[in-house]
Design a protein around this ligand. Sequence first.
Ligand SMILES: *Cc1c(COP(=O)(O)O)cnc(C)c1O
Length: 478
Amino acid sequence: MRSHEAGVLHASGYGAAPQWLPYPTDVNELLPQLWPSTARRDEEGRLSIGGVDMVSLAGEFGTAAYVIDEQDFRERARAFRDDFARPFDDLGGVDVYYAGKSFLCTAVAQWVAEEGLFLDVCSGGELAVAQRAGFPGERIGMHGNNKSLAEIEQALSYGVGRIVVDSLTEIDRVAETAERLGVTAPVMVRVTVGVEAHTHEFIATAHEDQKFGFSLAGGQAMEAIDRIVGRAEHLTLLGLHSHIGSQIFDTSGFEVAARRLIGLHADVVERHGLHMPEMDLGGGFGICYTSQNTPLSPTELGEQMSDLCRRELKAAGDGSEDTPTPRFSIEPGRAIVGTAGITLYEVGTIKQVQIDDTRHRAYVSVDGGMSDNARTALYEADYSCTLASRASQADPMISRVVGRHCESGDIVVMDEYLPSDLAPGDLVAVPGTGAYCRALSSQYNHTPRPPVIAVRDGVARPIVRRETIDDLLALDVV
Ligand SMILES: *Cc1c(COP(=O)(O)O)cnc(C)c1O
């Protein structure tokens, strides 16, 4: 595109508010699907979560702060453990692995253990957190497309229940490490099934031009299986694994993935006479970031996923005496922790920016930004937000909540209506930041990272403390 005077082309044809964003009838309303289950506005109009008033929380712990509703997290974990799992009963049950990469710290690993879920890790660091939490090794799965020898050794020494292998090199490395340690490594094979799912669409492709897994279409998956079977002394083949995407709102992509995995599973029985006891369909279940998202509940997901597994098993003629059904597992991350977490910011400057003759937008700067939430800059993610420190009767104004960093793409909430009497010192809360925000955070501009405060039954407790300038300086070698 030719260069042009700023403003003229940018603004043409676009309203200041995007079409999807409804003009609010009440700017103080909390849409229940966006917020942790205990979020309320108290009589004074202040936001409270877990019985803790966000104004006092900000006073005690400062802003920016991540706040996580422990009860909400546990409820969602249980919903997957019980409601999702129930329709799998006649298939022999299902194991739920919490995807730790979405957000993990010692306290959260303990919650996951207490709720009886399994845990996925994908680095030595995440595994170290699990170890510190005393998370049972046999309930841990380890992922990653480039695990180091040290990480493989750490996983095997701790006795993890499964290592999901991702390359031929890694199969050899795991086998050699197992041999050296005198153990047998339980492995699953990450299969690239040729399905990419995002939100409501999925694309089925023959070839997968991506770094993860062994291609099904190209025959690499069977080659990996042959290699594992050839090293049976040190490797136990548990089954096949796939993960098709993220922020998925329907199950059609999973159906194609299940069909292809079950097909390969049957081929392995035929070729090696080997029955693999497990099959993992991955995670990626969507959540609400704005009023426009319509996720399925764990109950609905469980019904649809078990139905499609049953259908595909039947079509493949599996489930008979000689080919028993594998035990399925799934790996939700975002769908457990995403909505349990919010970010609390303090408003700094507010700038009315003229877009054209008739329209303007309020740029609301907060004391955080892309360092604590990279998703908007990274994926053009949409978020919503609300004034948290009080209710307001003022008219809504179209706003963009931006961070304090030296990038114009440093945006937290692209489009939202906030009350027009918003002022410096007000608190703004952004829901849906429990997953992939702290996890993807940085210290850009030497910004110490916010704490994570767990709230429950009126008590606020830091589970990750705030970084300090001393923490930042401590790494500099002088
Ligand atoms: C990221 C990931 C998940 C979790 O994805 P969510 O969108 O958080 O549910 C599960 N399994 C694998 C292999 C992943 O890479």
